[in-house]
Design a protein around this ligand. Sequence first.
Ligand code: BGC
Length: 736
Amino acid sequence: MTTRQLQDLIEKMSTDEKLAQITQLNPVCFGFPYITPLTGPDPGLRIDRNLASSIGSVLNCDNASDAAAMQKAHLQEDPHSIPLLFMADIIHGFKTIFPIPLAMGCSFSPSNIEEASRIAALESSVSGIHVTFSPMGDLVRDPRWGRVMESFGEDPLLNSMLCAASVRGYQGADVRQPYHIASCIKHFAAYGAPEGGREYNTVDMSRGILHETYLPAYRSALQAGAEMVMAAFHVFDRVPASASPYLLSRILRDEWDFQGAVISDFNSVGELIAHGVARDGKEAAEKAISAGLDIEMMSTHYMENLNISLQEGTITEQMLDDAVLRILSLKNKLGLFEHPYKDASPEAEKKYHLCPEHRAAARRIAGESIVLLKNEGILPLDTNSLLGLTGPFSRSPHVLGGWSAGNTEGVSLYEGLCGKIPSSRIKINEWGEAGSALEENSDIDVIPEDLIASFRDCPIVIAAVGENQIDTGEGASKTVLRLSPHQEQLLQVLSEAGKKVIAVIFSGRPLEIFPVLPYCAAVIQAWFPGTEAGNALADILFGDVNPSARLSMSFPYTVGQIPVYYNHFNTGRPRVPSAPPTRYISAYLDCPEKPLYPFGYGLSYSDFIYSDMKLTQGEGGTGSDSKGLTASITVTNASPVDGIETVQLYIRDMHASVVRPVKELKDFCRIFIPGGEARQISFRITKETLSFYQTDSFLFDPGYFEIMIGKNSEDTLSETIYIDETFIGKQEKEMP
Ligand code: BGC
C-alpha cells in the first residue's frame, strides 16, 4: 500500500478504532488461555469487547497455530481487516538459545551477533512473530542491575557495533522477506544506569555523558534500520522516559529524524501516575502521546481516555493519526496487508526449531563467548584425565539465563564432558545448590564428609558454580554478588584437599570472585551459554576451541567499588604509580581502585606478544577521512597453538575543552594467528575517531592524543602524538 492509501484507511477509522490500533495487549486479552509470565500488572480486559477486535498488536504469543488462529479471528472481526502485529521478547534466541547478550558481547564479533539474530528471526518468524523487542542498547556499568545480562556491555563502541549487527541479523535487507522480523531497540534512553543498580530506579547524568556514552548504541541500531523504539520505565532528568519530550521528540524525531513507531514499556504509561507526573490515567495518556509515544503496551489508558482528551482539545487528531500511521506503515512494510500470516507455519516450526544447523551455530558462538579468566597451566585438559565434577551446575540443564523465550533446558556440563571422554572417567558428586536471592538460604552449608573422598582418584576437580538463572534479567537487582557461602566453601575445601580446582562460573553478571581466586587453578566465566552450554564448555576445557572471548564488562574486586568501568574520567588527584605513596589521592583505603579484571580482558591457550607499535601519517580515504593517521602493531603468536586474538585500539585525548575519559575503545580487530606466526594489524584514525560531544555536536579538538594498542584496556603499548586542525599529526616523545 502507498502512504496515501494508508492515510485513506485512517480517515475511515473511528477514534475508538484508532485508539485500539495503538494499544498492545497479550493473548489472554484475545481470549487465549496463555500462562506467559507477566513482567507487570495484568491489565485484564477493561475495554469494550467490540473494541478488542480493533486492537493493533499482540504481546508475546509464541507459536504459529495460536498466532494464525488469533489473526484469522481478528481479520473476520476488525471492521477494516487490518492485520494484527505480533511482537515478542526474542532476546538471545527463540528455541535455539544463544549465550546471553553480555556473553555474546565478549566475542567482540558483530558477525556472531548477526548470525544469532538471523537464526532467532527465522525461528520466531515461523512461529508467527513479526517484531522482537531487541536488541537492548542500554549500556551498563553496574552489575547489581539484573538486566546487565541483556546488554552488550560497558563500552559505547562495542555496544553500537553489536546492536547494529543484531538489527541486521533480525531484519535482513528487507523485513518483508521471509524469515525476517523487525527490530525494536530498547529501552530509550539510558535505562542501564539506574541509581544503585536497583531495577526501574531513577537515572541522572549529564547531557554530555548521555550523548557520548549512552545514546550511541540506540542511534547505531536506528542507523542500521531498526523499525521501532521502546521507551523506558525510568525517570531521566526528572521526567519519566515514557513521557519525555526531550528523549522522544527532540532527540528521536527532531535530531535523529526517526520515522518509526515508539512503544511504551509494559504499563509504563500507567506508571506516570506513580512517578507523580500525572494525576490519573487520562493525564498520563495525554502526556505520553504528546511526548511522542505512539503505542501503549499492556495498559489501556489511551483507549479509555484519549477520546475525551480529543474532545477537550488537550491532544489533537493529528497526533493520533501520526501514531496510527506509524504502526500501519510497519504492518505494510512487513507485507502483512497482503500476507497477514507472513511466515507462521507449524511445519516450518518443526523444520527449523533447534535444527542441527542452528545448534551448531549456538555451540560455536557459545565457545567464542566463554571467557578464560585464570589458568595456571592446567587447561586445556588431557582427554586421558580422570576428572571430578561437583557443584550445582554439574548436571543442571538450567544454563540458558533470563529471557530465554520460555525455554528451560540446555546441554548440561556433564553431558558435554561425556561427549569428550567416557563417563567412567568422570566422578560426579553434584553437591551444592544454585541458590537464588529469592529463596530462603538452604540448609546445606556443611560439606558432606564423603565429598572429598569421592574424588580420591581425581587430581583435578571441576566445580560448576554460580548464580541461579532466575536471579538474572528483569527485576533481579542484587546487592550481594558473591558466590553463595556454601559454593565458596566448596572451592576452599577442594583446594585445601590438594585438588586442582577448575571453577566454571555460570552467571548473568560479573560476580565478586576475588575471594575464591586463591582456591582455583583455573577460572572459566561461562555466563549462561544457552542451548549448547555443556558442549561449548567441553570444547573449551579440552582445547578443541581455544578461548578467544574478552570481557565486555569489568569485574569488580568487591561490590563496594561499583560502578567500576574502564573509560572513566581522571580525577584531579589520580594515583601516579611513580609518585611516593600518599593518602590524599582518589583511591580506596581497603581495595584497589582498578577492577579485578578489566574490560577487554581474557586469556587464550596461545601466547600473543605485542611489539613494534607505529604511528604513520597519511592521506587516503575520502572527505573528512582524507587525512589521517594509521596506528599499527605486530602481534606474534609465540605459542604452537593457533588462536584468535582481539587487538584493541584505545585513545586518550590528553587536554580538551571538557574532561575526556582516561581511555576509550576506538576500534578492534579479531584476528586468527596460527601458532608461531605474526601479523601486522593497522587501525585508521580520523577526525571522527577523535571527536567528542561538545554542546550539540561531535567535534574534534586539536592537541595531544595518547594512542594505545593492546590485548585489553589495561595492557597496552602506547605513543603520544600532537594533532593539529589540519589533522597532520606530529609525533612527540614527550609532551611539553
Ligand atoms: C520489559 C521489556 C519487555 C516487555 C515486554 C518489560 O517488563 O522491560 O524489556 O520487552 O516487558 O515483555
